[in-house]
Write a protein that binds this ligand. Sequence first.
Ligand code: SAM
Length: 289
Amino acid sequence: MSGDSAFEDINEVKADMDHIYNQSDPRAYFHELNKLDYAIPDTAKPIFQKLIGHLQQRHNDTVHVLDLGCSYGINAAILKHDLSMDELYEHWGQKKMTGATSQEVVAYNQKFFADIDTSLDIEVIGLDQAENAIAFGEESGLLDEGLAVNLETEPLSALAKEKLAPVDLVMSTGCVGYLTEKSFDRLLPAVTEGQQPWIANFVLRLFPFDAIEKSLDKWGYVTEKLEGQTFFQRDFASDDEQEQVLEQLCDRGVDPSGKEAEGHFLAEFYLSRPMKDVAEVPIERLLEA
Ligand SMILES: C[S@@+](CC[C@H](N)C(=O)[O-])C[C@H]1O[C@@H](n2cnc3c(N)ncnc32)[C@H](O)[C@@H]1O
C-alpha cells in the first residue's frame, strides 16, 4: 500500500487489515479491532485535546483539523463527542447493529452522534483513500468534509487544496507507515497556503520517521519527539506477527524489551511546528498537565 520500499517491507510483518478499511459502515472495523484492543485514538486523545486547546486560545475560534487516514471518522467521533474507544466498541457491538442494512446503520448513527453534545469547537476534514469510509464519515456527520484520496499515488485536486487552506492542525493515528514522505510532499503546499498548521503524528516504533521529518523540514518545520513516553496502539494479532515485529525492531536498533516484547504495538508522538513556535514553547512544556 505504501509507495516507499522500506515501509513496504515493514508493512509485510503487520497483519493485513485492508478488508475492514473500506466498507460501507464501520461494523467490521470495530468488530475486528476490538479483538486486538485497538486503542491509539484513545491514548492519543489527551494530546490532541491539549494541542486543540492551545490553538483555540491562540485563534480564539473554531480549530480546523485535518485527520490523515481518518477511516470512518474515528478521531472525529472521539474528540468532538468526548467518547472513548470502549464506548465506540460497545456502540458498534450492539445487537441492533447486527442484521441492520447500511442505510439503517447510517441513520442510527446520525441520531446517536447528533444526540451527544459536541465537546470541542473543532471542524474535522478527514482524508483517507477508502472512499466508502469517507462517505460514511460525511453521512453520519462525523466529518465536516471528506477527501477520498490516496496521497501516495495521486495529487490533491484544486478543490481539495482550497478546502485544506484553513487547516490549523494536521493529525494522524495508525496512518504513518501507510503514508510516507510522498504524501506529506503532496500535502504541504496545500496546508501551508494560508498558514503553517501544527502537524501531530502518532507513529508505531516500527516505522522510522526521519524521511517525513526531512520533508517537513523543507517547509520550515521543526519536529520534536515526545521523549520518554510510548502510546499503546494494539495487541499483536498473532505470535508470528509479534516475532516478526521484534525482529524488525532489533534490526533497526530499537530495543523492544519491556515494550513490544510484552505483546503489543507501541507508538511514539511526533509534533512538527514552525521554528518560532518550537522556540517559544518546547513540546514538553506545551504538553505538560
Ligand atoms: C489503521 S487505520 C487507522 C484509522 C484511524 N486513524 C484510527 O486510528 O482508527 C489506517 C487508515 O489509513 C488509510 N490509508 C492507508 N493507506 C492510505 C493512503 N495511501 N492514503 C490515504 N489513506 C490511507 C486506511 O484506509 C485506513 O483507514
